[in-house]
Design a binder for this molecule. Structure first.
Ligand code: NDP
Length: 245
């Protein structure tokens, strides 16, 4: 199945930012969506907005750090729509801080959300894709997967892992599956600076307000990869503001 229309797309981290923008972009183009996140109220707003505009979407309250969260997402796609064409692993947390602050809970959360969360998605969706003989993993990393800037060491390490896992998965995926890495640069979302140490949060939000790219630009890159003809894989895309060094 080529194009976006009719595809069943599951998106993690769809309650705000890039995930919500991607949901809106794909819904406008006729995709059928299963949207996952932890905050029920914010997720409901996104789903209701899509339904009000005539789109098709279901919300699933889930946590990507738990295997059963991803199973619930893929099972919902199969129950509601009979198939799953794309899994967008987008959920993330940018709680960055200097190592000396020893914010070990934040380090754990980044590892669990970006690495374990991604692998939970592979565990849930790969068997479905293999059974169907088609499927597409879209994994959201970051420009931090290409260059580390202080104090983003742990964040950059986990996003580098996303990049490496995506390439490893692509090499094993065979001719029937597609695997895409999308790496945003600074993007204008509420997630920038959230949970970061105060000085860092202030600097990040100031820069975001000055130069942040709209999340719709990342959504369009994801849509571009999904919309390719069968047998064509967009393997890697970096989307950043021109003002980002
Ligand atoms: P947001 O904070 O707006 O979005 C993050 C999303 O992830 C939310 O929907 C949040 O929902 C969800 N999420 C976080 N943890 C979990 C979890 N354990 N289980 C399920 N959902 C979770 O920020 P962005 O849109 O900016 O971030 C989206 C992705 O883009 C992230 O992976 C981020 O690292 C990446 N990115 C962002 C950049 C930027 O400048 N904005 C730059 C580079 C990469 P909820 O809290 O409801 O669970």
């Amino acid at each position: 199945m080529s194009g976006i229309e009719g595809k069943v797309v599951a998106i993690t981290g769809a309650s705000s930012g890039i995930g919500a923008a991607t949901a809106a972009y794909l819904a406008e183009r006729g995709a059928r969506l299963v949207l996952g996140a932890r905050r029920e109220d914010r997720l409901k707003e996104v789903v209701d907005g899509i339904l009000a505009r005539g789109g098709t979407a279901a919300g699933v309250v889930m946590d990507v750090t738990r295997r059963d969260g991803l199973t619930l997402l893929t099972d919902t796609a199969l129950d509601r729509f009979g198939r799953l064409d794309v899994l967008v692993s987008n959920a993330g947390t940018m709680a960055v801080s200097p190592f000396d602050e020893l914010r070990q809970d934040d380090w754990d959360a980044m590892v669990a959300t970006h690495i374990t969360g991604l692998l939970n998605g592979v565990g849930a969706a790969l068997p479905v894709f293999r059974r169907q003989g088609s499927g597409h993993f879209v994994n959201v990393a970051s420009t931090a997967a290409y260059v580390v800037k202080t104090p983003q060491g742990v964040y950059a390490a986990t996003k580098t892992a996303v990049k490496v896992l995506t390439e490893g998965l692509r090499q094993e995926s065979g001719p029937d599956l597609r695997v895409t890495l999308v790496s945003p640069g600074l993007t204008d979302t509420e997630g920038v600076g959230k949970g970061a140490s105060p000085e860092t949060a202030e600097a990040m939000t100031r820069l975001r307000d000055e130069i942040g790219a709209p999340p719709s630009a990342v959504a369009a890159a994801i849509g571009f990869a999904i919309g390719q003809p069968d047998g064509v894989d967009i393997s890697e895309v970096v989307v950043r503001p021109t003002a980002q060094a």
